[in-house]
Write a protein that binds this ligand. Structure first.
Ligand code: SF4
Length: 395
């Protein structure tokens, strides 16, 4: 049996045809989709297109109400907290929209294991128990072994360790799983293959397919938590939001025991120049998030500190289930002052709240901050539980 790939799913859709479907979706289709969601029915691909279409814009209030109901039904009042830890900012890629782009003249470094230990202890002291490890794409300097070593150091501080690093092979994801990593985030940046080639002119990240199917390889390697997203603003947000939702649903179907989530990052200012941004307004982002919730009632939705405190509070009341807190996007930065005065962040954050402040804000919204949402048991091996797609059944 041939293992299906999400790439085949992406290729099933022609962008011009998709644009036509967004433009032609009418109010009837929008109201039908909202009604189906309100009645607890699974939405179709056509429903999702209608909810992302311009025709849905006048119905945002009703979509938000339906999204709020589905979120409380599936997640209660829980809001999961985590913080990113940048291990290194060496990078060999030339992603034109990123402050760590190899062409940008910034200070580069990576944390030693002693520094990582200190970062883990400092983060644990805030009460957080989930961490997201990030590196640039420089396997010679920050290869999978380095990331695995970091995870082994951090395990004593954190039960939950996810990675947002360059695309790995299935064997490399398995190596990280053995070291204590239980989750991964992969931003495809854009699902538009042609645009992707223009935005990634050099470096290993140019390989669209290898990146696209990374979450699938992580699932095969039995990581418990798989998170996907596009960098909103690179392409028409309707297109990339649609493919992100399809990707999340595809992963839910193939890895039913895994925790599948999607992120909705918008472009933020950074060192370097990238002017060709497709604007995504606050209202657009509300539509993206509510449509995602109605299409994917049980998927986590993550909003990072790229968004303002006020806006994140609003989104948590509707559909968001996981937020970052105490964020620094420079290398290290949790255990004290940055090691170098000229440390550059990958991008500027808009919500600087500490874990304690975030927690207080979440409670003020009538929601419950959750600092620990995963505990690996002694000797436990991660399992996706999806027998038809286990490695031994791959072609
Ligand atoms: S987005 Fe990632 S891979 Fe691209 S330049 Fe930035 S750090 Fe490197």
């Amino acid at each position: 049996m041939t293992h299906p790939l999400f790439y085949d799913e992406v290729k099933r859709h022609d962008h011009a045809e998709l644009a036509r479907r967004f433009a032609q979706a009418g109010e009837d289709a929008v109201l039908r989709a909202i009604c189906s969601a309100e009645q607890g029915d699974a939405l179709t691909e056509d429903d999702y297109i209608a909810l992302l279409s311009p025709a849905a814009a006048p119905h945002l209030e009703r979509m938000a109400e339906a999204a709020r109901t589905l979120t409380r039904r599936n997640f209660g009042r829980a809001i999961q907290l985590f913080t990113p830890l940048y291990l290194a900012n060496y990078c060999t890629n030339r992603c034109v929209y990123c402050g760590f782009n190899t062409g940008n003249d910034i200070a580069r470094r990576k944390l030693s294991m002693e520094e990582i230990d200190a970062e883990g202890a400092a983060i644990a002291a805030t009460g957080l128990r989930h961490i997201l490890l990030l590196t640039g794409d420089a396997p010679k300097l920050t290869g999978p072994e380095y990331i695995a070593d970091a995870a082994r150091v951090l395990r004593k501080h954190m039960p939950g360790i996810s990675v947002e690093v360059y695309s790995l092979t299935e064997e490399e994801y398995a190596l990280l799983a053995q070291a204590g990593v239980d989750g991964m985030t992969m931003f495809q940046e854009t699902y538009n293959e042609e645009l992707y080639a223009k935005l990634h002119p050099a470096g290993p990240k140019r390989d669209f397919r290898f990146r696209l199917d990374a979450p699938d390889r992580a699932g095969q390697a039995k990581l418990r938590s798989l998170n996907v997203g596009a960098l909103l603003g690179l392409d028409d947000w309707r297109m990339d939001s649609f493919f992100t939702g399809l990707h999340a649903r595809w992963l839910q179907c193939h890895y039913p025991a895994a925790d599948i989530a999607l992120s909705v990052p918008r472009m933020r200012p950074h060192v370097g120049v990238f002017d060709d941004v497709h604007p995504v307004s606050d209202r657009d982002l509300v539509q993206i998030i509510t449509a995602a919730r109605l299409f994917l009632p049980t998927a986590g939705i993550v909003v990072s500190s790229r968004e303002s405190a006020q806006f994140r509070d609003r989104l948590m009341r509707i559909a968001v289930t996981r937020v970052s807190a105490g964020v620094s996007t420079a290398v290290g930065g949790h255990a004290g002052a940055p090691a170098h005065d000229d440390d550059s962040p990958q991008f500027d954050i808009a919500d600087p709240r500490s874990p304690a402040q975030m927690s207080e804000a979440i409670r003020a919204l009538g929601l419950s901050p959750v600092f620990k949402y995963w505990e690996p048991l002694e000797g436990e091996s991660f399992s996706c539980g999806c027998a038809p797609f286990r490695k031994d059944s791959r072609a």
